[in-house]
Design a protein around this ligand. Sequence first.
Ligand SMILES: C[S@@+](CC[C@H](N)C(=O)[O-])C[C@H]1O[C@@H](n2cnc3c(N)ncnc32)[C@H](O)[C@@H]1O
Length: 230
Amino acid sequence: MKIKSKGPGVQEMFDAIAGRYDLMNRVMTMGQDQKWRRFVVQKAGDPGGGWSLDLATGTGDIAALMIDTYRKARLVGADFSQNMLKEAQKRFIGTAINWQGCDANKLPYKDNVFDSVTFGYLLRNVDDSSKVLKEVFRVLRIGGRVVCLDTTPPAKTLLYPFLQFYFRFCIPTLGKFIADDESAYAYLTGSTMDFYKAEALASVFREAGFTQVGFKKFMFGTIAVHWGEK
Ligand SMILES: C[S@@+](CC[C@H](N)C(=O)[O-])C[C@H]1O[C@@H](n2cnc3c(N)ncnc32)[C@H](O)[C@@H]1O
């Protein structure tokens, strides 16, 4: 699936796969995905009684780990897919997370309000990562942290042919049988291969105004967590 302007197409795609999203995630990452989210939460740090925003929260895993880890934190889990948010609400019923519908391109929050902003697999799904990062910068308070988890194009090492096979064949095939949507997972592969390399994405963070920018790769260099400070 090639999506020209990502907004509406991406929203529709996540609305369609919401019910099978978590199972598919666990299977295609061989159960590793929660480990990366825990790393995101650790890098975000404890906001104390302050506010944290988990943008593109999807079915809510990062937001739930944040509130589980930092008991006094006040959490907003925001996404533009209503079906993903419905899954999040079902999964984490009874937690004190504020689930909200919003588009990452134009955040409905005032300047300098969040102690941290996290997001998993958002930037690869937007048309302009730089614009979204500037919005995130705007809503963070000075000293606040951003932490981003996403797939990243693998380097051309000896492993590259195997990783390419996994991305181009195995992931769409798993998507077909588990999520009943081969094209959504072919899109995952295409958008990963077309996305910034981790070093280049770090520069986009710096250009958006962040300092102390760093990143760490996981899963044979196909996943990266980036962080920075306002
Ligand atoms: C692959 S899911 C990730 C969900 C979750 N963060 C996780 O770690 O599993 C990507 C999410 O980003 C959301 N998303 C993509 N573009 C967005 C945008 N412009 N504004 C808000 N949410 C967006 C989608 O609706 C989807 O729920």
